[in-house]
Structure formats: structure tokens, C-alpha cells
Write a protein that binds this ligand. Sequence first.
Ligand code: UDP
Ligand code: MG
Length: 314
Amino acid sequence: MDTLYLVIPCYNEEEVLPETSKQLLAKMQSLMAAEKVSEKSRIVFVNDGSKDRTWEIIQALHQENPIYQGVCLSRNRGHQNALLGGLMTVKNHCDMAISLDADLQDDIDAIDEMVDKYYAGNDVVYGVRNAEGFYKVMKMMGADVVFNHADYRLMSRRALDGLESFKEVNMFLRGVVPMIGYKSDKVYYARKERFAGTSKYPLKKMLSFAWEGITSLSTKPIALITRLGTLIFLVSIIMLIYSFVRHCMGATITGWTSLIVSIWAIGGLQLLAIGVIGQYIGKVYLETKERPKFIIETYLSDEDADADKDKTQK
Ligand code: UDP
Ligand code: MG
């Protein structure tokens, strides 16, 4: 039996924590009773610099039952960093970790299926919810994300190890996890309304989150500028021919031809030049991320033969 850790980032969640902890405990106990997860499994709350009583509640929960654990960040660092901090803290104690939001908008009954899929040999299991425009825009801008998947997912220990090797500061988990590789699967569920408290993601934060995702995963916006520059430059050539014809026909006033041709040509060339410079900056940007070039799944060598056998028996 393998050990499961639930990781829950919490920012000002005093209103939902009592109920959330109760429901998660029941879920965990049912999983243990069904012998799906070991007795060493834990529920870990990550306090992301909350200004309310969130941390006091987490401490009280830990006192009451050691199945609850708490990680307290030094200050608010945002959902993605809180999640990453929690996952990296528990990584060496668990065989699999599931991340989910404190408001339980993500149906916790999907956990059973995620665990089943883990035992079926998947290293990553994505929780996938109903359609949202957010992902369509992201895809269009070249950010390769799993459609309609938020941060509700199961990751095995070696997938977490893989995640650790991504050193980038602008960590957009939804985009980076698919880059780790290994076998993955999806579990579908209906997303509910928040049962108490208010969203910590107002539209403004949501938009900046989407922009963060696009710019930290893709350099496609730069390519769009280059394409636009090329297009405008082509238009300038058409304008040159058109103006020349008009000029020869004597249908223009003095100065118009040279003026119109130079406006288009200079505009197009400038945009094209910016695009080309952008392409290089995009390359430099990707280099600075120092992403792993590969992650090895298995190495069939003499010494590791036994270790590998263990792995496939999980
Ligand atoms: N969260 C966090 N730090 C923040 C903002 C949010 O840890 O700075 C947590 C929050 O406590 C919740 C999760 O991220 O567990 C998702 O937030 P929320 O439910 O408000 O987002 P929504 O579901 O409205 O997109
Ligand atoms: Mg929510």
C-alpha cells in the first residue's frame, strides 16, 4: 500500500477550513479502510501568509489529530508558489501527492479514481473540469496546457522529483507538469461553487495569471509580431506598385507617392526588426529557465535490476 499526501494551499481560508478538514478526513479514512492508501497518509495545509486565523486553525487541527500537518510560508507568495512549496516539502515522505484547493470546489470523490489510476501505473493524473474560456486563449497563444485542468492533480513521487528539476522562477504548474512526461491519465468531475468565503482570484488576478502562463510557457506572441511585420512590409511593396502606377497615370499630387511608400515600408521594417530581436530575446529567455533536457524513466543496468523490479510491483 502506498502513502498519499493531500496538499492544500490556503490563503485567508478560516471560513472553509473547519468544513474542508472534516470532509478530507472522512475521505482519507475511507481510503485507508478500503486499503487503498497506507496509514502513513497525511493531509497537509500550506498557509500562504494568511492575514486571518488560518494558521491558528491549522495548528489546532494538527494538535487534535496528527493526520493533519501544516506548512507555514514566511509570507504570501501566491497560489502556485504555495502549492509548489507544499509539494516539495512532502515529496520525500509520500508515494503520491494530490493537490487541491481549500474551498473544495474540486469534487473530492474524484480522489478515489485518481488513486486507482495511480495504481494502474500513471505518474500524473489530471483532474479535468467543465469548459472554460481561459484555456482556449492560452492554447491560442501557444501555451500547451491540459484543457480545463486546474491544479487538482495527483503526482507520483518520481513525477515530483521531475518537477523539482525545473528551476524556473516563473513556475506555471499547469504548463510545466505535462513537460515532465511519464504516463498520465485524466479524471473528469463537475466543478462546484465555493461553499464559503470569497474567491482569492478576482478577474484582475485571473487575467494576470493567464498572461503569466502564456509568457512563461511560450514565445508565440513574439512570433506573431514578426509575422505582422512581414505582412505590413508586403503591403508596402503592394503600395509601392500601386502608387507608382497612380503616379505614372498622373492621378496624384506631388509628394504623395514617396510619402505613402515610406510610411508603409518603414512601419513594416521596424515591426519586422523588433520581431527578429524578439526571437533572440525569446531564445535567451528559454535558456535562462535551465529546464531539464530529459528525465530518465528507467535504466536497465545490472545493479538496478532489483530496484526496478520493486517499482513495477507497486
Ligand atoms: N490561494 C493561495 N494563495 C493566494 C491565493 C489563493 O494559497 O495568494 C489558495 C486559496 O486558499 C485556495 C486556492 O488557492 O485554496 C484557490 O483559490 P480560490 O478558490 O480563491 O480561486 P478560484 O477557485 O476562485 O479560482
Ligand atoms: Mg476556488
